[in-house]
Write a protein that binds this ligand. Structure first.
Ligand SMILES: O=C[C@H](O)COP(=O)(O)O
Length: 260
């Protein structure tokens, strides 16, 4: 019997400097602790900008907070003359567990392709990080190809070409639902998650098919329950609402074990 522990992930995007970052993590940890949050029942991770990671790591270690740290991106290269790039090795050393890869904002504004994503997934595994592979369709793709085709294809592309697969998480984020206030319905999220899981199982085996699949796109404390109620969605990737400690803690409150 496999348990998929829900993951509540907060992607801060390009918000908050390192001082604001430590204030938010402190408030979040206190709020979760006051609410009796059980981290073994729902992992809570934050993804601050690169410049905040060291300060947040120091705070988490000093205060023994159970909030987990992740990065928003990494380089496909290990080290060397790649100005502006950040190696997965540096992120591991800073205590990051997760790294977001292929977020639609990276695909859209930084021309990241499926090949880039695949190479970054390999780099994450090489440096002991768990990639959270972001997939999702634009409004145009939704209208022309339906909801599952693009996220399924992006998932297969990201996981293909590796000798063996390490641990990974898939975050299904319809691009039309990010930061827009438009939300996929729980049934839609469930059905796409199901299609992604079936494709992973078919292409990469039953064990990989047990990986966690998250939903993201305008998730708030008042709509998260619907997504987590389905047995297919194992957590959420939250943008805007993760910048507010109480709102994000409110999202994490909807924790549960999913027993398969
Ligand atoms: O990474 C998070 C997603 O882009 C969702 O952002 P949002 O919750 O602000 O819509």
């Amino acid at each position: 019997m496999t348990k998929r522990i829900p993951l509540i992930a907060g992607n801060w995007k390009m918000n908050l400097d390192h001082l604001q970052a430590i204030a938010l993590v402190q408030k979040l940890s206190w709020t979760l602790s006051d609410a009796g949050h059980e981290y073994s029942s729902a992992e809570v991770a934050v993804f601050p900008p690169f410049t905040d990671l060291r300060s947040v790591q120091t705070l988490i270690e000093a205060e023994k907070f159970e909030v987990v740290l992740g990065a928003q991106d990494l380089s496909k290269h290990d080290s060397g003359a790649f100005t502006g790039e950040i190696s997965g090795a540096f992120l591991s050393k800073l205590g990051c567990k997760f790294v977001l890869i292929g977020h639609s904002e990276r695909r859209q504004y930084h021309s990241e392709t499926d090949e880039t994503v695949q190479a970054k997934v390999a780099a994450a595994w090489k440096h002991g990080l768990v990639p959270i592979i972001c997939v999702g369709e634009t409004l145009e793709e939704l209208e022309t190809q339906g909801q599952a085709a693009v996220p399924v294809a992006q998932t297969i592309a990201a996981l293909s070409g590796h000798e063996t697969l390490g641990e990974f998480v898939i975050a299904y984020e319809p691009v039309w639902a990010i930061g827009t206030g438009k939300v996929a319905t729980p049934l839609e999220a469930e059905s796409v998650a199901k299609a992604i899981r079936a494709a992973i199982t078919e292409n990469f085996g039953a064990e990989s098919g047990q990986s966690r699949i998250l939903y993201g796109g305008s998730v708030k404390a008042n709509n998260v329950a619907g997504f987590l109620a389905s047995g297919e969605v194992d957590g959420v990737l939250v943008g805007g609402a993760s910048l507010d400690a109480e709102e994000f803690a409110g999202i994490a409150r909807f924790q549960k074990h999913i027993v398969l």
